[in-house]
Write a protein that binds this ligand. Sequence first.
Ligand code: NAP
Length: 281
Amino acid sequence: MRKITLRNGTELPVLGMGTWNVGDCTERRAEEIASLRAGIEAGLRVIDTAEMYGGGRSETLVGEAIDGVREEVFLVTKVLPSNASFEGVRRACRNSLQRLGTDWLDLYLLHWRGGVPLAETVRGMESLRADGVIRDWGVSNFDVDDMEELEELGGFCAANQILYNLEYRGVEFDLLDRDRVAGVVNMAYSPLGQGGELLHHPVLDGIAARHETSAGAATAAQIALAWVLRRGDVLAIPKAGTMSHLRENLLATELELTESDLAALDGAFPPPRRKTRLAMI
Ligand code: NAP
């Protein structure tokens, strides 16, 4: 699998795993854990969660899934903007660590920008880094102007987690390139359009019919994922709550979209021609 390199030299596979809504349904719990475990075994190191997800239920489930294999995982969680003061960040981090059953985070993100001055959040993040509790910190849902402001504050922002899929291409206009040049890794959230209409689009079905993976005919979901991964400078974190979805997503890394596939996708989902405000879910 292709790799992406963080500014500190850490190499990560371009495909990771999201966990929004996991742990919310008792009947699905065992399979959600099994899917995360299978992903880790297959080399998907990055697991993304957040204190917000299920009010901590996602972090608790992730903690169970990584028990005994913590070293193999690159663990990412996020602090709510309402907890982003200096003391708030430090307290929220301790609570997340407890739910996750670990004593360090690989990456800690500010979930989105709120009312707390950025400088204070950065100070909190840097203090956690100095303590060795987090290896790196970053942000989420930050547009170009937010990134510029952050850069002026100094510090060491490693990643920006943003909405990016065929239906939301606005970041191609400026943010993706800006972050790459600044050494900030872009993490694409909702790369499958949250499993909605995108995966039933006739153009994706048509392209899928022209591709094969080692397990057989390609699917629209694999085309959507292969499209996000095509650039090589974006790390995608689809959420798979079932083993079959997890396997399908893994196989998407085998696909190479052709020029004509990309042109067909551009026709159905036009690239941005002007700046639009960063979309978020
Ligand atoms: P997503 O990954 O685009 O889609 C997840 C949905 O697609 C689930 O319903 C899943 O169903 C389904 N799915 C997964 N693989 C599939 C496949 N191969 N074929 C068909 N359906 C498939 O959406 P997301 O969960 O919103 O985004 C991914 C992750 O990004 C989140 O889990 C979270 O970690 C992160 N995120 C971050 C932010 C932020 O503000 N930073 C916002 C949103 C999301 P099953 O569950 O049944 O497998």
